[in-house]
Design a protein around this ligand. Structure first.
Ligand SMILES: [Zn+2]
Length: 453
């Protein structure tokens, strides 16, 4: 709803304080069922929303892993419902890399520091504050507005969106979803460009079991050591280049970035893109590379039993992210090509997860996209809003697979470059500036004003 500057100041202050409290709750998700403790943030959000006029429900999956949903009914039961979804968990930290306590939620100058400040407690808190503001006002929109603070996004939604979308659709029912992430303005010669997420890569992680022959470690000559073979497999996967796929989404993304003509031409040429990426700042190069390549990252290795025993088994877990249109058959083909026929004889592949693996995307031909564009242009006049792909996974995929258009959105100040912003995701010294909290809160209110007209 049209919000005056003084009200927006108050909401921004509320947002900052809620974000600090959420950071201090340390809902650190290491992937184990007993981590996360998102009930702390679910309870905090319930306390924040209680009495605002919305129907609130805590959604349990496992003890300690509660999520929260709140629904503000619209005036027209046939009007589409909009969900604002933010996750309440964060990834672990390596405190020695931080300049401050990662869970202190400190406000330093015009920034809030701490794990989750950009991924994505900033968005989760701004959505709660905007939702509460609408609920407490007399204004009612045609469609329902749903606030969903969800657990376990950072470990695949196993104790969050995945079972809840399957089993509690009655509570989550919606026609559109806004979630992480987007909204970094890129300042170019033709005015600002703002990227929002409309697609995400698929995840088809594989567990590679490498077999060898056991033997005595005192006589390694001409033995079949599974660790040595796994090392060679890792090396080959690292060296493998599946080739760049330059599609429409990637082309748009590169053009949005306002590179010089030479760099742009190289980036759009599969034969020269590697050259351009090699010369670019690492954080940006990494992101662009993943937006046009199937990627392979060997991230876990287990093997060996005893110092004096030649290992006969190693398990290697490889994070594999696939592009739109790719399938598990493509992944198998890539791995066979990377590892080679001879070593493949000692290898078994099995999928890391039983979840659907393909990439997901949403069309921009929706009233919600129009509302986002209009709202962003209020803050950044003349801005071009471009669809883009996120390389990691978000909970949006569970909704897209049900046919619900889902976008990653937000709106950030022009203070932070896209490369810098990306490097804060899961990185050291994660922080967000207050102006970005303000712009993101305003975005949700502006979108609601425009969606149902
Ligand atoms: Zn996130």
């Amino acid at each position: 709803m049209a919000v005056d500057e003084t009200t927006l100041d108050t909401l921004t202050e509320e947002n900052a304080e809620l974000l600090q409290a959420m950071i201090r709750n340390q809902c650190v998700n290491d992937g184990s069922p007993e981590s996360g403790h998102e009930t702390r943030n679910a309870n905090l959000l319930r306390d924040e929303l209680e009495g605002c006029g919305a129907d609130i429900e805590i959604l349990p999956v496992l003890p300690g892993r509660d999520s929260i949903v709140a629904r503000l009914p619209g005036t027209d039961p046939d009007a589409p419902a909009l969900m604002l979804m933010g996750h309440t968990d964060v990834v672990p930290v390596s405190p020695e890399g931080w300049k401050v306590d990662p869970f202190g939620g400190e406000r330093i100058g015009n920034e809030i520091w701490g794990r989750g400040a950009v991924d994505m407690l900033n968005v989760t808190s701004s959505m709660a504050v905007a939702f509460r503001h609408i609920a407490k006002s007399n204004k009612r929109y045609a469609g329902d507005i749903i606030y969903f603070g969800v657990a376990d996004e950072e470990a695949g939604g196993v104790y969050g969106a995945r079972p809840l979308v399957e089993e509690r659709w009655d509570a989550l029912q919606c026609d559109y979803v806004l979630t992480e992430y987007g909204g970094t303005p890129l300042m170019g010669d033709d005015g600002p460009i703002v990227l929002l997420t409309t697609a995400e890569k698929g995840a088809d992680g594989q567990i590679i079991t490498v077999s060898g022959e056991p033997g005595h470690g005192s006589m390694p000559y001409r033995t079949d050591n599974a660790i040595s073979k796994a090392a060679e497999i890792v090396r080959r996967i690292e060296a493998y280049n599946p080739g760049a796929k330059i599609d429409e989404l990637f082309t748009g993304r590169v053009k949005a970035q306002n590179f010089d003509a030479e760099t742009e031409a190289k980036l759009l040429d599969p034969g020269r893109i590697e050259e351009a990426l090699a010369e670019m700042e690492p954080a940006l190069a990494r992101n662009l590379h993943s937006c046009c390549h199937t990627s392979f990252s060997p991230n876990i290795i287990h093997g060996g039993t005893k110092i004096n025993t030649i290992p006969d088994k190693v398990e290697l877990e490889v994070d594999i992210r696939i592009l739109p249109g790719e399938t598990t058959e493509d992944v198998q083909r890539h791995l066979h090509a990377a590892i080679g026929p001879e070593l493949m004889g000692s290898v078994e592949l099995r999928p890391w997860s039983d979840e659907e693996r393909g990439s997901t995307s949403s069309s921009t031909e929706t009233p919600l996209w129009g509302a986002l564009v209009d709202s962003i242009q209020m803050t950044y006049p003349g801005a071009r809003v471009m669809p883009s792909m996120v390389t990691g996974g978000t909970d949006a995929r569970f909704f897209r697979r049900r046919g619900v258009p889902s976008y990653g959105a937000g709106l950030l100040s022009a203070e932070v470059s896209l490369g810098e912003f990306m490097s804060r995701f899961h990185g050291h010294n994660e922080r967000i500036d207050i102006e970005s909290l303000r712009l993101t809160t305003k975005l949700w209110l502006d979108v609601c004003d425009r969606l149902w007209v």
